[in-house]
Design a protein around this ligand. Structure first.
Ligand code: SAH
Ligand code: SF4
Ligand code: F3S
Length: 467
């Protein structure tokens, strides 16, 4: 396969020229920007790029849309609910735009990459004056420049499956950071819209990823998550003799006290080599998010997932064999078209067998344009809701038992913020990313400390700092 297309340095340079031009127009005038992100970590990482550009233009960031001169929604199309919320949010701003016609309302992300949504915005949401898709993100400075120059509405949903390096980024303060290693998805699971809105898989060059990691570590970030829709197929498009495990080894060698996580993994591409690498590399967190979606082979086949429940369990057995303390999470879709009670029972069986630490459970949401949208779907919404509730109950029992098993254990955690509980005033994360509320003397945010677990609940472990 040929290497991914890189946006040329010249084109990036042009964007910096527009960025400077915008900054001459708005800089120093106390202009403020508000951003809101829906969807997954990829979208969070994209918003950080846009905030980086906004900050360089001279915008100050605000948490209040009412105070803002520029408002951006970075949207998600993965389920109907996410789309409804975005439309609701934009609709609610109609009044604000009437009162202050000079504010700029923008929409970007996965919904902006879909024809039907773009038409709807064009027709029914005149308050949106800038719309751009996931492929046009790096062109944001030139697009905003056009709006500021008086163009009534600027829409850019074109673009290639390319990679743009060298854009500014404004990250959240704290210990955690996202690091995108690849974009897009080639898997076309039959329920999923992501391949249509994010384009084909393309990997960033390992040297660019390593450089960014070194910068993050130098800036004090200690909990860094490598992002991609399917990180286990990293590198296949680069024509280099390396895969995701090789990349992990290379990043593990970067000096500094930090932890690396990664998501998302696909069971068809996760391999014993990956788990061996995780077990061998001290900076790779012993944590794995491995969505299985359904425990029924018949459903998995119709989802185009390309593994069986047995394949999945073998992978988990291998991972636990190499890393007995590994923290496991997964995604499940309940009510996929044609899911019968016996299929759902197989999902429950798998959940009870693996005993995940954390599950993200979703009711199937029909996405027009995907193959599953055409499948027969005889189960009623009530049946689906009932399955969903039974799944949650089963998982709650497992989590309660798993959490209780941490009682009395000593754990190394990274303190990452303030907690609501006065008794345990700090939040922290274990290597496996479990939430811990901690107490004790001299605790500093951003530090790794040892704690003893003294209490547990469904969502949180409570611990005291070890003397
Ligand atoms: N690339 C990742 C995650 C993609 S989206 C992966 O393959 O695992 C995150 C999760 O949303 C998916 O794992 C799936 O469980 C869920 N999802 C995707 N499309 C959905 C749909 N149409 N209805 C309900 N859930 C969906
Ligand atoms: Fe969607 Fe499947 Fe790709 Fe994940 S792997 S983004 S679920 S198509
Ligand atoms: Fe949503 Fe796009 Fe992520 S559809 S889940 S924001 S890739």
């Amino acid at each position: 396969m040929s290497a991914p297309i890189m946006v040329s340095e010249q084109e990036i340079q042009n964007q910096y020229t527009y960025l400077d031009a915008v900054s001459r127009m708005i800089g120093g005038r106390g202009k403020r920007a508000y951003t809101h992100t829906f969807g997954c970590q990829q979208n969070e990482a994209d918003t950080e790029r846009i905030r980086g550009m906004l900050a360089e233009m001279g915008y100050e960031m605000t948490d209040s849309p009412e105070e803002a001169d520029f408002i951006l929604f970075n949207t998600c199309a993965v389920r109907e609910h996410a789309e409804d919320r975005a439309f609701g949010n934009i609709g609610a701003l109609r009044q604000l735009k009437k009162q202050r016609p000079d504010i700029i309302i923008a929409l970007c992300g996965c919904m902006a990459q879909q024809e039907k949504n773009v038409e709807k915005i064009k027709k029914s949401y005149p308050q949106v004056s800038l719309l751009f898709g996931t492929h046009a993100l790096w062109r944001f400075p030139s697009l905003l420049y056009r709006v500021l120059n008086g163009e009534k509405r600027v829409f850019d949903i074109g673009g290639e499956d390319d990679i743009a390096e060298g854009l500014p980024v404004l990250r959240e303060q704290g210990a955690k950071a996202w690091l995108s290693i690849m974009y897009g998805c080639n898997n076309f699971c039959t329920y999923c819209i992501v391949p249509y809105v994010r384009g084909r898989e393309r990997s960033r060059r390992p040297e660019d990823i390593e450089k960014e990691l070194r910068e993050l570590v130098a800036a004090g970030y200690k909990d860094i998550t490598l992002l991609g829709q399917n990180v286990n197929s990293y590198g296949k498009d680069l024509g280099l003799d390396m895969d995701f495990s090789d990349l992990l080894r290379r990043l593990n060698d970067v000096p500094g006290d930090f932890l690396l996580r990664f998501m998302t993994s696909h069971p068809k591409d996760a391999s014993p080599k990956l788990f061996d690498t995780m077990a061998d590399c001290p900076k790779i967190a012993k944590q794995l998010h491995l969505p299985f979606q359904s425990g029924s082979d018949a459903v998995l086949r119709r989802m185009n997932r390309r593994y069986t429940a047995e394949d999945y369990c073998k992978l988990i057995d291998y991972a636990r064999d190499r890393m007995p303390d590994i923290v496991l999470s997964s995604d499940i879709i309940v009510g996929f078209p044609g899911e019968r009670e016996e299929d759902f029972q197989q999902t429950l069986d798998l959940v009870r067998k693996v005993r995940f630490d954390l599950l993200f459970t979703f009711l199937y949401s029909k996405r027009s344009g995907t193959p599953a949208a055409e499948y027969d779907d005889p189960a009623t919404p009530e049946e689906k809701q009932d399955r969903f509730a039974r799944l949650l109950r089963a998982q709650d029992e497992i989590v309660a038992a798993r959490q209780a098993a941490y009682m009395g254990r000593t754990l190394r955690v990274l303190v990452d913020g303030a907690a609501k509980s006065p008794e345990h005033p700090f939040t922290a994360r274990t290597e496996g990313n479990l939430l811990v509320c901690v107490r004790g003397d001299g605790i500093q945010i951003g530090e790794f400390i040892e704690v003893d677990v003294e209490k547990t609940s469904l969502r949180c472990l409570f611990a005291v700092k070890k003397e």
